[in-house]
Each structure stands twice: as C-alpha cells, then as structure tokens.
Design a protein around this ligand. Structure first.
Ligand SMILES: Nc1nc2c(ncn2[C@@H]2O[C@H](COP(=O)(O)OP(=O)(O)O)[C@@H](O)[C@H]2O)c(=O)[nH]1
Ligand SMILES: [Mg+2]
Length: 327
C-alpha cells in the first residue's frame, strides 16, 4: 500500500468497491486518480488504476448493461427532475401522491416502493418531474439506484420529523457523500466530459402534524451543508405549495413567453431555460437553425421598457415576453 493516500482517496475507493455498474466504476476510478497524491510511491497504483479504467472504457456497451432494461433510469420530462431520497417510511411516496397524479404506493410498512416512480408537479405554469424512490438504509441500497440520483437535477432529502432526524440525515448524507453526489467545497468532482457529478440537494421535513418539538432546529444544527429546509405535512397540506416553489427555485430556470410579431404572446406554454440565458439561447432553444438567422428581439418584462429592442446577448429574466425578429 503506497504511503500518503488521503481520506479523499479512500472515500473514492469505497465508492469503487460498492459500484455496481461499469459507468459508476469508471466515475469512481477517475475520482481515485484525480485525488491520488502524485509521487513515486503511487506510480504502480496509478498505472494499475489506469489499466482498470481503460479496460472498463473499452468494454462494449452491451457488456456494460445496455441490453437489459435499467429500472433505475428515469427518462427526463418536464423542465427539470427532482428525485427523493430517504429512509423507509419517511413519507416519500406520500409527497409524490400529494403533488402528482402518479400511482404510488403509500404504506405503513417499509420497502413498499421497489422502483423509481415519476410523476409531474405543476408549479404555476411549469411542469416539473418528481420521482419517488425505494428507501435506503444504513446497510442497504438497491444496486443501480445511484443511477437515478446521478441523472437528476436536484435531490430532495426526505426526513420524518416524528422519527430520529439526526440518524436519518446521517444515513442519507453518508450515501450521497460516498458517491460524490453532494456539492463539496474540497472536491467538486467532474466526469470525463467535465460535467459536475455533484447535485443540488435540500431537505424536505415531513409529518409536521406529528413532529417532535424542535425537530427542524435539531436538523439544522447537525447539518454542515447550507441546505434549505421545507416543512410539510401531506395529512394537513401544510407547506406543499412552498415545496413546489422550492423545486422551481432550486432548478435555477426561467420562463420565457415567445410572441409572434404583431400577435399576443402564448402565455400558457413558456420555454424554460437555465437562469442567465440570453436572447440567442432562446432562439437556439426554439430551433437550432433559427439562432443563426436572429437579427434582434423586442422584450416586455422586468427592468426594460415595454417593447424595447434588445441585442442577441441581452440576458433574460423569468417571465419575460420576447418577440424574435429574423433575417
Ligand atoms: N401523520 C402523518 N403521516 C404521514 C405523513 N406522510 C406520510 N405519512 C405516513 O407515513 C407512512 C409512510 O409513508 P410513505 O409515503 O409510504 O413513506 P415512504 O416509505 O417514504 O414512501 C404511511 O403510513 C403514511 O400514511 C404526514 O404528513 N403526516
Ligand atoms: Mg415509498
């Protein structure tokens, strides 16, 4: 064993040992190589890891599991995907049942949910996908379930306020940290394409109607991450509107209504774009070919004169109405 291997390295090594798919193993090996101290003593290990990595990368796709249906892969739809994470009976399925039309199994026994179930939440006029998941425990997580989290935009950590909140949070954070799924100031790991592996996360504190006193304060004190905490009860409906609004704000998206010249805008069906997008990004989102033909745009919205002409690089705000003019 080479000297000077760091806790970060051992964290990545644990991730590698527990990985069940080739994709996950590749990510873990890349992370091991990234955080490994570079000196003579690690040369052998480095070469060994590189060999493992290229073997995995060269394996044909079908050997890497592409031929069987991956029940943990939830195809995205809507303007963003939120995936729930929590221990048994924390109230995950109840949230999806309360906010969407999806058929989920709410039950007072553990492991009633065995595969991810997506539903669609509508916040104002934005459809957002919300995914129910099987529970995790300190000892067990379904093989492949990490893939569901790998693929999402935001992770909702579900904590039952009537139970042991500290223990539930610890189990969820251990899982996320060991897979590099949480934004962590020390290692913002990226995959081979440079995409961040870490996800935004926040806490959904359930069962407010039967909460232990001070449950959320206790959670906040024991949590080292600057999460948002939203308290809800699916029995009384408390906090459910705030929860949908939080989904929207954490997705970091803006709504833009397109207006054909001389006609009113279609206010029922916005385009959604990442916050910070400009007029050119909107044209590209409507149709790739349009972006090249864009001359200028007129805009109605916050901080501009109604109908003001703006250039292609004008940064858009949520709820702007845009009239695009092409050559
Ligand atoms: N009192 C109360 N019970 C709840 C609430 N949400 C869920 N439950 C109950 O908690 C149990 C587990 O809920 P479920 O949504 O199936 O949890 P999951 O295992 O995390 O999907 C069920 O008996 C629910 O009726 C709530 O807001 N208040
Ligand atoms: Mg469930």
């Amino acid at each position: 064993m080479p000297a000077n291997l760091t806790p970060e390295y051992f964290k990545a090594e644990k991730w590698f040992r527990e990985a069940t798919t080739a994709e996950e193993k590749i990510l873990a090996l890349e992370q091991m190589l990234r955080v490994m101290p570079k000196h003579k003593g690690t040369d052998h290990l480095r070469a060994d890891l590189r060999r493992k990595l290229s073997k995995l990368r060269e394996a044909p796709a079908k050997k890497r599991g592409a031929t069987h249906v991956d029940i943990f892969h939830v195809p995205r739809s809507g303007s963003g995907q939120i995936v729930l994470l929590g221990t048994p009976n924390s109230g995950k399925s109840s949230i999806v049942a309360a906010l969407t039309n999806a058929k989920v199994n709410v039950a007072d026994f553990p492991f009633a949910t065995t595969a991810p179930v997506p539903g669609m939440v509508t916040f104002e006029d934005v459809p957002i996908q919300l995914v129910d998941t099987p529970p995790i425990t300190a000892d067990y997580i379904a093989p492949g379930q990490v893939g569901t989290y790998r693929n999402c935009d935001v992770i909702g950590i579900v904590i039952d306020q009537s139970g042991d909140v500290g223990e539930q949070l610890r189990i969820c954070l251990d899982f996320l940290e060991s897979r590099n799924l949480l934004i962590d100031a020390e290692t913002s790991a990226v995959d081979e394409h440079g995409n961040a592996l870490a996800k935004k996360a926040f806490c959904i504190c359930t069962k407010s109607d039967i909460a232990k006193t001070g449950a959320v304060d206790k959670l906040k004190q024991s949590c080292k991450y600057p999460f948002k905490f939203v308290q809800i009860s699916t029995k009384t409906g408390e906090g459910l509107e705030k929860l949908s609004a939080t989904f929207f704000s954490l997705l970091g998206i803006i709504r833009i209504y397109a207006k054909p010249p001389g006609k009113p805008a279609d206010m029922s069906d916005p385009f959604t774009l990442p916050a910070g997008s400009n007029v050119m990004d909107l044209a590209g989102a409507i149709h790739r070919e349009l972006a090249g033909k864009l001359k200028f745009a007129r805009i109605w919205g916050a901080g501009v004169y109604a109908g003001q002409n703006v250039q292609q690089n004008h940064v858009l705000s949520d709820k702007d109405i845009i009239e695009l003019h092409f050559s």
